[in-house]
Design a protein. Structure first.
Length: 317
């Protein structure tokens, strides 16, 4: 068990006593490591995998799970012969946990991990420009996104309101400010084997999982075992129309909107058109990472993951 007690705006520290007790009951004799300034989640995940751990359970938010998955994938430690990755969610939305059928109380989730099924799930590999303009790479476990939600994620993470307001209130207030100030970038989207799309965008989502943003079914047909990326493009419309589209995302009704385009592909490139707006910011599994240009590719059956009772490929709403 590896925990980041700072994850989920401190929520992980709150669930830690219950998680520790449940783990003692279901996984007697397990090791417990706490991430800190000297050893990150990624460092400890790699250390556990190299030591021969068969199951590595991560406690934290979706970004924490991403860091662990990225450590395994980037260092050749994942795959059929790699360790199984489990997840005890402590974030505000727990969107990845819903895709993995790991919901309920902390005690319930640990029980599901004990009796769950190991599945080989897809992941995505992204190459992009870092904040300094240099090329970087990172893997995506659930969803990567560019556009207004990326700005909201960055603003929410850095907001001084985090000191005294709830995470939901911070997200709401920063969303309003971001929407007012956001200027739609002009981009070219080149999905492999398909005609390029050039348009102003409010949002582009590169989805392995179905849900993001605290319960929004942004990619309602995404399947974590089909070897494909689902790409959702919300074009630049009026801010009022954008708010209307965002409300429809919760139940997947946005897919019939004339302002929304949906693609399925094994890989794609996204670039901002020169002289037509600022660079689009990129968030990977809730973590602000960089900006366009972005290249994304699917990695089929890349990561062995402990899931709940239902397989990710059959989860539909």
């Amino acid at each position: 068990m590896i925990a980041d007690l700072t994850a989920g705006a401190g929520r992980c520290a709150k669930i830690w006593p219950a998680a520790r007790k449940a783990l003692d009951a279901h996984f007697p004799g397990h090791d417990r490591w706490i991430a800190g300034p000297d050893q990150s989640i990624g460092d400890l995940t790699g250390k556990a995998a190299r030591a021969g751990a068969g199951l590595i359970i991560i406690a934290g938010d979706t970004g924490t799970a991403n860091e662990a998955a990225d450590a395994l994938l980037a260092n050749g430690l994942a795959g059929e012969n790699g360790p199984v990755l489990g997840f005890v969610p402590a974030g505000a939305g727990s969107d990845l946990a819903h895709s993995l059928r790991l919901t309920g109380s902390t005690e319930t989730i640990v029980g599901l991990l004990s009796a769950g099924e190991d599945r080989m799930l897809d992941a995505g590999r992204l190459q992009f420009a870092g904040p300094d303009g240099r090329q970087k790479s990172r893997h995506v476990f659930n969803i990567a996104n560019l556009g207004v939600s990326a700005v909201i994620a960055r603003r929410s993470e850095q907001s001084v309101l985090n000191r005294f307001a709830s995470i939901h209130m911070v997200f709401f207030l920063e969303s309003l400010l971001a929407l007012v100030r956001f200027r739609y970038p002009q981009v070219r989207i080149s999905a492999d084997g398909q005609d390029p799309i050039e348009c102003a965008i409010a949002e582009i989502v590169i989805a392995n999982g179905r849900i993001y943003g605290g319960g929004m079914a942004i990619a309602p047909d995404a399947d974590m075992e089909d070897g494909m990326l689902d790409v959702v493009v919300i074009t630049g419309v009026s801010k009022l129309q954008l708010l209307d589209q965002m409300d429809k995302i919760y139940n997947g009704a946005h897919r019939t909107s004339p302002y929304v385009k949906m693609l399925r592909t094994k890989g794609l490139t996204i670039e901002t058109l020169a002289g037509r707006g600022k660079t689009a910011e990129l968030v990977i599994d809730g973590v602000p990472c960089g900006q366009t240009p972005v290249r994304a590719d699917i990695l089929p059956r890349a990561l062995k993951v402990r899931c709940g009772a239902a397989a990710p490929s059959v989860i539909r709403t």
